[in-house]
Design a binder for this molecule. Structure first.
Ligand code: SF4
Length: 317
């Protein structure tokens, strides 16, 4: 008898993060008692899952391994990640697959808009992988997605969480011209940790991006977020708050960094709930309209409720 081996099937799957494959394993600390999440699996969660699959969408909830997916998807709140599932950067904290992405899907804006309708979202968050391979960094695709959502869901407010469009002249202008309600771009960490944590980015470029977005459209809400527990000092977080306020950023989110795998950056420290509370109070004293600081705060967590609070606060002032 001749046995034919299917060598293709036996080939091991390509690593999700090829640039990290040869890095030494990092220690994994036990999570403290205050980091507890809702397990996914409720009927509402399954319905969100079905709509995401049927529309062939990618979500950052899944790709980033977000701990809040049980809670958010139960409320039918999913954050769509456009332009594929593969990122051209290789940040030390991020679980999104890295490598050379495929071509853009011209139908994706329509699919996202359809999913927003099916989920009945009052507020939607759209993010993307970094697409340094595209001449405009994906700005036109962001704009097309905003336009498609607006056309079929005129009452839905739209938040974009964009890459930094580093060296992509005109990209930010293109996204802002499509009139999202919230422009979000995450600093991720303090400047002293950039080379280790976010080596492909530049801190002051990101600050300037946020400032420029507000200059282009003063009615826009601007938002940024960081993770803590990556080795930053408290004073550096306070300085970062001042930098964001100088750029007139309205909303700051601060959450605990959680390590996706042993090959990712280690958790240097678990910040206590009291320390988060203190960051929140200081953030308000520095003039942010809204601050969300807690172990499980993520950029898009409770984004709809937070947007309503932002709008109400601006009206009060
Ligand atoms: S916090 Fe954001 S990324 Fe995480 S599950 Fe909720 S919507 Fe998705």
């Amino acid at each position: 008898m001749t046995v034919v081996l299917n060598l293709l099937e036996q080939r091991p799957a390509a690593p999700r993060h090829p640039e990290k494959a040869h890095r030494p394993d990092q220690p994994v600390e036990r999570k403290p008692a205050w980091i507890r999440v809702k397990a996914p699996g409720s009927p509402q969660w399954a319905e969100t899952n079905r709509i995401v699959r049927e529309n062939k969408l990618v979500t950052v909830c899944e790709e980033a391994g977000c701990p809040n997916i049980g809670e958010c998807w139960e409320k039918k709140h999913a954050t769509f990640m456009i332009m594929g599932d593969t990122c051209t950067r290789a940040c030390a904290f991020c679980n999104v697959k890295t490598g050379l992405p495929g071509q853009l899907d011209a139908d994706e804006p329509a699919h996202v808009a359809e999913a927003v309708s099916k989920l009945g979202l009052a507020h939607v968050v759209v993010t993307s992988v970094d697409r340094d391979d595209l001449a405009d960094g994906g700005a036109a695709h962001f704009a097309a997605t905003i336009t498609a959502i607006r056309a079929s869901n005129p009452d839905t407010t739209i938040e974009v969480l964009t890459p930094d469009f580093f060296r992509k002249d005109g990209a930010l202008e293109r996204v802002v011209a499509a009139r999202p309600d919230v422009f979000n771009h995450n600093l991720e960490t303090v400047p002293s940790r950039y080379l280790t944590v976010r080596p492909g980015a530049r801190y002051f470029h990101s600050i300037r991006l946020l400032q420029r977005a507000k200059e282009l459209d003063p009615a826009l809400f601007t938002k940024s977020g960081i993770m803590v527990g990556l080795g930053e000092e408290r004073n550096e977080v306070l300085q970062l708050m001042d930098d964001l306020r100088s750029a007139e950023v309205d909303f700051l989110t601060i959450g605990q960094y959680l390590q996706p795998t042993r090959k990712h950056h280690a958790v240097m420290r678990y910040i206590t709930p009291d320390e988060f509370k203190s960051y929140e109070m200081i953030g308000y004293s520095k003039g942010f309209l809204l601050v969300s600081a807690s172990p499980l705060t993520r950029s898009s967590h409770h984004a709809g409720e937070d947007f309503a609070r932002l709008r109400a606060k601006r009206t009060q002032d």
